[in-house]
Design a protein around this ligand. Structure first.
Ligand code: NAD
Length: 350
């Protein structure tokens, strides 16, 4: 029987998770919530996703605007095996009490604090340890991207120390309110939250992070330096990454000179909404010098966490005990690139 999934908060992340869940062979959407009438609420109706009000006020506002409303959040929880909370940051932690009262398992997003939820998730790193848990946070877009490319070094016992700078997009493309518009904004609270966030999933990873916000909406870019425990060749590193799920290579030599071309590639692929679920590493923009690895990667903030939410559902409900199996099913249903394509690294002059 298909797992019954509710989405609380049908915004940037919520609508993407809803589409991804609806496309899985073993899951179905039983309803989505909105707290006010909007074009997104209208879209949910067009997609035949039962619409619920997130709050009593939301139910009234939706009805007043002419929407057919199936009920409130509490009604939706009665129909659900699990709820994916995609409400704005810090609201999820408040909603936890409601989910607990209704004995419904719940997934939260990266805007929540790890301590408020108690467990954090990445499909490749800790699927098994997440089996059967009741409340889990899928870590943020940046943290997801960092874990995807750093976890293999940790698993191979090869990471001595990691330094990363996150160059963050100012806001999402659908947001006309936030900035900066003409400035670079450093995260003054140091180290940035990304390092501790990575360590909330991969506990012993020695990572140090800083972050700045820049006036772009397309993607984040990470500049990462890894001090390795042993010298590795460029080819060894490329081979390690190419075996990882949800990691893809782009090449400057093929015109990928910035995040703009990566998003254009996703559009050309006719990905829904031009989404890029994979973490993109520049195959001709990384280098190992002795025991030091330098690389850049790009993160599509609106979509990289989406497949992680789908796998998190399978882990919490024990649909399968194998992370690799879940990742395979999710990625096939969504059209995510499969790992395994060997990347030839040209010999570099010593
Ligand atoms: P969003 O503002 O785009 O969407 C939130 C949705 O929740 C909206 O539809 C809003 O109408 C609705 N909402 C507001 N109040 C509500 C309430 N009381 N109950 C139910 N729904 C309510 O936000 P988002 O970008 O989708 O972010 C959701 C979560 O995902 C946050 O924790 C955020 O930190 C995290 N996240 C966001 C991104 C990103 O780049 N957008 C990436 C990764 C994780």
């Amino acid at each position: 029987m298909a797992v019954r999934v509710a989405i609380n908060g049908y915004g940037t992340i919520g609508k993407r998770v809803a589409d991804a869940v609806a496309g899985q062979p073993d899951m179905k959407i039983v309803g989505v919530t909105k707290n006010r009438p909007s074009f997104e609420a209208r879209r949910a109706v067009e997609l035949k996703m039962p619409l619920y009000g997130a709050t009593d006020k939301g139910v009234d506002a939706l009805k007043k605007a002419g929407f057919s409303v199936a009920g409130g959040l509490k009604d939706l929880l009665k129909e659900s095996d699990i709820v994916v909370d995609c409400t704005p940051e810090d609201l999820g932690a408040e909603n936890l009490r409601t989910y607990r009262d209704h004995k419904v398992k719940a997934i939260f997003q990266g805007g929540e604090e790890h301590d408020a939820i108690g467990w954090s998730f990445n499909a490749n790193a800790n699927f098994r340890d997440t089996l059967g848990k009741d409340y889990v946070r899928v870590v943020s877009c940046n943290t997801t991207g960092l874990i995807r490319t750093l976890y293999p070094f940790h698993a191979a016992g090869a990471a001595e120390d990691i330094y990363a700078v996150m160059i963050r997009r100012a806001t999402d493309p659908n947001d006309s309110k936030k900035g900066p518009v003409n400035a670079i904004e450093p995260a003054l609270n140091l180290p940035s939250h990304h390092g501790p966030d990575v360590a909330s999933v991969v506990h012993a990873l020695p990572i140090h992070t800083m972050a700045v916000k820049v006036p772009t909406t397309l993607m984040h870019l990470h500049a990462v330096v890894v001090r390795l425990k042993r010298a590795m060749s460029d080819q060894e590193v490329a081979d390690l990454w190419s075996r990882q799920p949800r990691v893809m290579f782009v090449k400057g030599a093929e015109g990928f000179v910035s995040t703009a071309q990566i998003i254009e590639w996703a559009r050309d692929q006719r990905r829904p909404r031009g989404d890029l679920w994979e973490t993109a590493i520049w195959g001709d923009g990384f280098k190992v010098e002795g025991k030091t690895l330098y690389y850049y990667q790009a993160i599509h903030q609106e979509s990289d966490v989406v497949p992680e939410n789908v796998d998190c559902i399978r882990a919490m409900l024990r649909v399968t005990d194998e992370g690799a199996k879940s990742i395979e099913v999710t990625d096939k249903a969504m059209g995510i690139l499969r790992p395994g394509a060997r990347v030839e690294v040209p010999a570099r002059a010593p």
